[in-house]
Each structure stands twice: as C-alpha cells, then as structure tokens.
Design a binder for this molecule. Structure first.
Ligand code: PLP
Length: 437
C-alpha cells in the first residue's frame, strides 16, 4: 500500500503549491488525498477529513457526486470541447439560457477561473464607456479588504496586502473605499446604519471623479477572503442608486457568494438589485471543472454590436465555454431544482443554530456570524501563527478548516448532513475549550 508520506514527498519535489511558502512544508505536512466521498476527503492511509472549506469554496454537492459524474461521463462520449469562436455546442447554449433566466442578465461570456471573470468585467466596462465616446472613464473602485483574484488586473482591485504588496509596482492604481463590514460599526450603531455610513464614502468619491470612473466592483454581502466579512444588504441597494445617479457600472463579483452560498441563489437578490455585470465561477460546476462567466445588461451588449470589429469585445481564453464544464454546471443547476437545495440549506441552518449559539457564547469568541452556508467567528486571544496551529489541530480531528488570521470559518458542501455539521461545530467547540491560540 502506498503511504501518505510517499505522495507528500513526491508532491513537495514536483509541485509548486499555490498560496504557499514552500519552505513551510519542511515542517507542516501536505495532505495527500486519494479520493473523495460526499463531504469527506480520504487520504492514502484511509483517514477521513470533513471538507469544511468546500475545497476552497468550490464544492457544492460533494466529491464524486453520482449525478455530476454521470453528466460529465455522458458529455465525454459526445464532445469534450470545441473552439467557441465561430462554433457553438449544446451545453454552452443551455447553460447561458439558464444563467440568463436566473440572473436577469444575459450574453454569457466565459472564462476559466474567477480571476479571468474579473478581468473580463473590468475590460468590458471600460470598453463600453469607450464605445460611448467616454474613454476618460478608465478608473475602478473596490472596497477595503476586497478580493477579486490574483492576475494583474484583478490584483489591481484586490486589497489583501499579503497578496498585493510585493507586486504593487506592476499594478494599476485604483480607488479604495471603506468596507461595509459590520464589525467596523461603532458601539450602538446597527449594521444597516453602518452600511449606509460606509456608502457615503462612495458618494464622496463619485462626486469628485465619476467622469473618470468606469465601475465599482464588490463582493456582495460577504467579503470572503477578508475573513468572511459580512455586511447589510442596504449597502448594495445604496450602491445601485449611486451607480445609477453618477453613471458608474456596478460589478457584482459573486464568484464565491453565488450559487446559494448566502442563502439565496445570488447574494444581490437579498438587496433586490440587479448589477450591471455579474461574475460567476467557483460553485458553478459544483467544484468539478474550471469555468467562469460574466453576464451583463442588453444595453451594454448593444454598445459592442457594430460593423466596426474593434468595437466588439475581442477577448478570449482557449478553453472558453468548455463543453464538459458547461455540462457539469447544467447538472449543478438541475440539482438545485430537483433537491430544493436553498430550502434544505435553510433548514440545516436552523437545525444547527443551538450549537452555533454555544460557539457565539464562548468567552474566546467575538463577532460570531452566519449567512446561508457560511459560519464564522473571530478568536479574541489568537496569537501570531494561529491559523496554522488551528489547521493542524483540526486536521488531527478529521476536520479541514483554514482560518484567515484570527477568523475561523466553515463553508461546507451543501450535501453535508445536520449530523455532520453538528460534529464539525462540536470539534470547533472542543478546539476553543482547549485554549489553542
Ligand atoms: C476566488 C475568488 C476570485 C478568484 O477566482 P479564481 O478562480 O481563484 O481565480 C475572485 N473573486 C472572489 C470573490 C473570489 O472569492
């Protein structure tokens, strides 16, 4: 039998792992996974880990899901991929129609990763204004602590110093506005009042520079990489008003929050707003295959539709609209319909609420927060290196969590049962009681 050790050593030599100082793996082991089963990952020695981060926020319906497996296998026998310039295929058409129905936007433009969706939305917004004769509108706005991906354009609107600072000389400057994160509210100030106060910074900026600003990009309701920083939907409603008033595009980056993560199919629904562009990825294929997509309004599409080639959107990626990925996404959407997933997630939230209240009441816990299928809290006495220590300690208990600084969060696949979620929360309570900092 092959052991974990063989694979972690080979991986350490052959693979440059993402988001990692590789030297850390001299002491911190890489976890080799042989297979997946529902919400669980299984290593080469048979140890099981509950996937508490949905494999970096992408997995919705578990690993080795029989229905998604069958759909991809069926597609594999027909067509794996065809160039999408000048050609089309059944899965990409059906998926585009269904996404239009769900978002109220249309003209689905495909990329492969989330970061490429960000790039597409930024370029489309700028190009729209240029096609309108307003090429001065070439600046972008994002929130403090925003995360929109790590290619150079996406990193320009990302505000995570650890990812950004090294590459700062390569980036376009962009505007940063106050985050509506309710943890920043003053004592006695409600999350809604704070959200509206934060929106004033946007108005001030738009008053000064709307003629130069093409778009503002936001992660609706929850800034994931900031450490699940949640905020009141009133912020989005106010942003929509300001964007209309000052003629600035609103880009909703629903790459992490879309597909039911916040309790509604898309987070923007909770503010009853429609963005000008929506970016989708991650959960779109249930965590199976890389696929991203940007949808927009008819009027924006129309501004590109012209006899002049250069007024068209001449952007492309080789794997754009990949048939296998689109077919996986179609199966994801049919799972949502057939299994009434949003309702069932809501019930699961209620069925674990008593345990989450125990976490909330724990003396070491601050700012416990829950939105849809995300649970998060901050540990008050966390010390430097907290994240790595909790990762290791949880792993030993068969739970995969990756705290962001002192924020511990759980973002499970939707197929997780109430019993499994209760087990996860009990493990977190145990770790809190252990005093591990
Ligand atoms: C993950 C993420 C991205 C980037 O997606 P990749 O597939 O990692 O390039 C962009 N925006 C948000 C909100 C994300 O969470």
């Amino acid at each position: 039998m092959q052991s974990n050790k063989d694979w972690l050593e080979r991986s350490r030599r052959a693979v440059w792992h993402p988001c990692t100082q590789m030297k850390r793996h001299e002491t911190l082991p890489i976890v080799p996974i042989e297979r997946g089963d529902g919400a669980w990952l299984i290593d080469f020695e048979g140890k099981r880990y509950f996937d508490g981060v949905s494999s970096w926020w992408v997995n919705l319906f578990g690993h080795a899901n029989p229905r998604i497996n069958a759909a991809i296998t069926d597609q594999l026998g027909k067509l794996e991929h065809v160039i999408l310039a000048g050609f089309t295929q059944r899965p990409v058409v059906e998926l585009s129609e269904q996404l239009a129905e769900l978002t109220g936007l249309g003209h689905a433009f495909y990329g492969s990763d989330g970061a490429s969706a960000t790039e597409i939305a930024l370029k489309m917004s700028f190009h729209y204004w240029r096609n309108q004769g307003r090429e001065a509108k070439c600046e972008f706005v994002s929130l403090d602590n925003s995360y929109h991906g790590e290619t150079l354009g996406a990193l320009s609107v990302t505000d995570v110093p650890l990812f950004r600072d090294t590459y700062a000389p390569l980036l376009r400057s962009s505007h940063r506005v106050t985050s509506p994160d309710w943890r920043l509210a003053e004592a006695g100030e409600s999350p809604e009042a704070y959200a509206l106060r934060a929106a004033q910074a946007v108005e001030t900026l738009f008053q000064a520079r709307a003629n130069q600003i093409a778009a503002i990009i936001v992660e609706p309701l929850c800034q994931g990489a900031a450490g699940m920083a949640m905020y009141h939907p009133a912020y989005l409603a106010r942003l929509r008003q300001l964007c209309d008033e000052y003629e600035v595009h609103l880009i909703a980056d629903e790459i992490a929050m879309g597909f039911g993560r916040t309790g509604t199919m898309f987070a923007c629904e909770q503010a009853a707003i429609k963005p000008d562009f929506i970016c989708l990825s991650k959960g779109i294929t249930g965590g199976y295959l890389p696929l991203s997509c940007v949808l927009t309004r008819d009027e924006i599409y129309a501004a590109f539709y012209h006899d002049d080639v250069t007024r068209g959107f001449l952007h492309s990626h080789s794997y754009t609209g990949n048939a296998l990925a689109c077919r996986a996404a179609l199966e994801v959407l049919s799972l949502f319909r057939d299994d009434a997933v949003l309702q069932s997630n809501l019930r699961k939230g209620l069925d674990v609420a008593d345990l989450f209240e125990q976490i909330q009441a724990h003396p070491r816990v601050r700012h416990a927060r829950h939105l849809g299928m995300i649970w998060a809290f901050d540990v008050a006495d966390a010390e430097s290196g907290f994240s790595g220590r909790w990762f290791e300690a949880a792993l030993a208990q068969g739970l995969l969590v990756r705290p962001v600084n002192n924020t511990v969060y759980i973002m499970p696949p939707y197929i997780a049962s109430v019993a499994e979620l209760r087990q996860v929360f009990n493990t977190l309570l145990m770790l809190l009681d252990s005093g591990l900092k």
